[in-house]
Design a protein around this ligand. Structure first.
Ligand code: ADP
Ligand code: PAZ
Ligand code: K
Length: 259
């Protein structure tokens, strides 16, 4: 069985696969100081709770936080006796190499999103990932990541307003009924929600114009479903895109990586 780990700046998600069959997803917050033993305590409690028979033999990791990889490697080695594949390391092959400026360390989550999206949809894509940052990943016709956009994440913007303006409270991001807010909370919600709708539409239009071909837009990440409500921002929303990408890269390495 495969354990696929997607570690973002906010959340760490484990998903367990028996061949092509998806078994379960486990989610915790990301902390670089969490030890291998702490991961195992959390993991085994949940697996027991769900009553799943699990026998992990392989592990693949994508992490936007480099420091967590050490403890996840120890976790894989100590409890499953295996050496994980780590996306972004030279020994982990990608189905298509990115075409970006020399020396650029592309976020592994973006490489994984690209692989997952190309496997499902073919090329000419924009993947919009509403994580800690809001990223736009452009997938070329042949499946290569060719760059994109990094914008501040939705929750980061909310926190920045609250921490820098004394009279502004922290608000939950929801879709407001009206654009013109008639109280402080409604005004902030409107600014964040409609601001991001405009940001996504504007950036996707400009990417399309610069790229010069029609492109499909795929939404993913924690807050994507919120932005799908009623507005035609995406062609599809796929919460499992990063996990799917990890299984694609894992299978590609099994087939092509003989080291
Ligand atoms: N199901 C959800 N509903 C609402 N907010 C969510 C949900 N899942 C994640 N979030 C929030 O969305 C943001 C991005 O989450 P996530 O995609 O897990 O980020 P990352 O991959 O950067 O760790 C976080 O601030 C998180 O609190
Ligand atoms: C842009 C990101 C911070 C997004 O991370 P996330 O929001 O998923 O935690 C991450 O992909 C990253 O650290 N990228 C490195 C720079 C780059 O991709 O060009
Ligand atoms: K992410």
């Amino acid at each position: 069985m495969l354990l696929a780990i997607d570690c973002g700046n906010t959340n760490t998600v484990f998903s367990i696969w028996d061949g092509e069959k998806f078994l379960c997803t486990l989610r915790t917050s990301t902390h670089h100081a969490r030890t291998a033993d702490a991961y195992f305590t959390w993991y085994s409690t949940l697996v027991k709770h769900y009553g799943i028979e699990v026998d992990i033999t392989e592990v693949i990791i994508s992490s936007t936080v480099p420091r967590v990889v050490f403890n996840l490697r120890v976790f894989a080695d100590r409890f499953f006796g295996c050496r994980p594949m780590v996306v972004g390391k030279p020994e982990c092959l990608l189905p298509h190499n990115p075409r970006v400026d020399a020396g650029t360390q592309v976020g592994p989550d973006r490489l994984v999103n690209t692989a997952g999206a190309f496997d499902r949809h073919g090329g000419d894509l924009i993947v919009v990932d509403f994580g800690t940052a809001t990223t736009f990943d452009v997938v070329d016709v042949d499946g290569a990541y060719i760059g994109g956009v990094i914008a501040p994440g939705v929750n980061l913007s909310v926190e920045a307003l609250h921490s820098s303006a004394a009279a502004l409270p922290h608000v939950d991001v929801t879709k407001p009924e009206k654009v013109i807010g008639t109280n402080t909370v409604a005004c902030i919600q409107s600014g964040v929600f409609w601001g991001y709708v405009g940001l996504v539409q504007g950036i996707c239009n400009q990417i399309r114009a610069e790229y010069g071909r029609d492109m499909k837009i795929i939404g993913t990440g924690g807050l994507a479903p919120l932005f799908a409500q009623g507005d035609v921002l995406f062609d599809t929303i796929e919460d499992d895109l990063t996990m799917h990408g990890l299984t694609v890269i894992h299978a590609y390495n099994k087939e092509n990586n003989k080291q």
